[in-house]
Design a protein around this ligand. Structure first.
Ligand SMILES: Nc1ncnc2c1ncn2[C@@H]1O[C@H](COP(=O)(O)OP(=O)(O)O)[C@@H](O)[C@H]1O
Ligand SMILES: [Mg+2]
Length: 269
């Protein structure tokens, strides 16, 4: 028997592989989505920032899953310090192109793709650069040029830059002013509000087939305090406390269990 079977869960909703149709529509998610609806028409650049584990990538996944693939060509680029050449190669491959050898050729190749998609198929290219805090300045500078059309008068593509708040400092440098001026929307993830934690937990338990809340009100409060509202931390606490609850053969998770789990996590650090 596993903790999932013990609590009657069909799957573990606190796992990072959660399917987009199961996610909790948090305040952050709703704010982000409504800004992105506008961004779909305005295009250009969008900026999304927030602490690690605040739910940025999950929200992006949920938003892009709803886009009509006939109208949007989505390329997701998780950036771990790649070179400019690698960046162009990944972008070209992501668009389904055979990357050319020189940077300047890939530049034109990508621009041609975006313009053709727009003019011939009425399709918007949507490039997502995740973990943008790792972006090299040279790439940041090129981005504006690659996605610049008809002397700057038209936006044919959407570029979403998502990253940790540190990325804001990089963008605020004078040298990045031209790019900054092209940012159509921006949103900073705040994490779950205190009064969202309870419904976040019950909503995730519900999609996994559990109708009871499992977490007592004081456990919910403890989770809110220890997690700072970061979904990743909430999930860690929830999953580990369910394991402890299962070992103790108790149905309800109380603040004492959350405290125990949190102390173990502190020691592990
Ligand atoms: N709205 C949500 N509904 C359900 N789970 C979520 C939600 N947002 C985040 N999570 C969970 O928290 C984890 C961390 O979120 P993630 O989107 O990876 O954060 P970030 O990209 O900001 O570092 C995810 O793997 C997922 O399990
Ligand atoms: Mg992420």
């Amino acid at each position: 028997m596993t903790f999932k079977a013990f609590y009657g869960m069909t799957f573990n909703p606190f796992d990072k592989s959660i399917q987009v149709e199961h996610i909790y529509e948090s305040g952050d998610y709703k704010q982000f989505s409504s800004r992105m609806e506008y961004f779909k028409t305005a295009k250009g650049f969008a900026l999304l920032y927030g602490e690690p584990g605040s739910g940025k990538t999950t929200s992006i996944r949920a938003f892009t899953a709803k886009l009509n693939p006939q109208l949007f060509k989505v390329v997701y680029l998780p950036l771990s310090s790649v070179t400019v050449m690698d960046f162009y190669r990944h972008l070209a491959v992501g668009l389904g192109l055979e990357p050319r050898f020189r940077k300047v050729d890939m530049f034109h190749q990508v621009q041609e793709y975006i313009a053709n998609a727009h003019h011939q198929k009425n399709m918007t290219t949507f490039v997502i650069i995740d973990e943008a805090q790792f972006i090299q300045h040279a790439i940041l500078n090129d981005l504006r040029l690659v996605f610049n059309f008809q002397m700057d008068s038209k936006n044919y593509a959407m570029v979403l830059l998502a990253g940790q708040s540190a990325f804001l400092h990089q963008l605020s440098l004078q040298i990045n002013e031209p790019l900054r001026q092209r940012i159509t929307i921006n949103y900073g993830f705040k994490g779950l509000a205190k009064d969202e934690i309870g419904s976040y937990l019950t909503s995730l338990l519900k999609v996994a087939g559990v109708a009871e809340p499992l977490f007592t009100p004081d456990a919910v409060e403890a989770i809110a305090a220890f997690s700072n509202g970061l979904p990743r931390k909430v999930n860690n606490l929830a999953e580990k406390s369910l394991l402890v609850g299962y070992q103790r053969k108790v149905r309800a998770i109380d603040a004492d269990i959350i405290q125990t789990v949190q102390e173990d996590a502190d020691i592990a650090l």
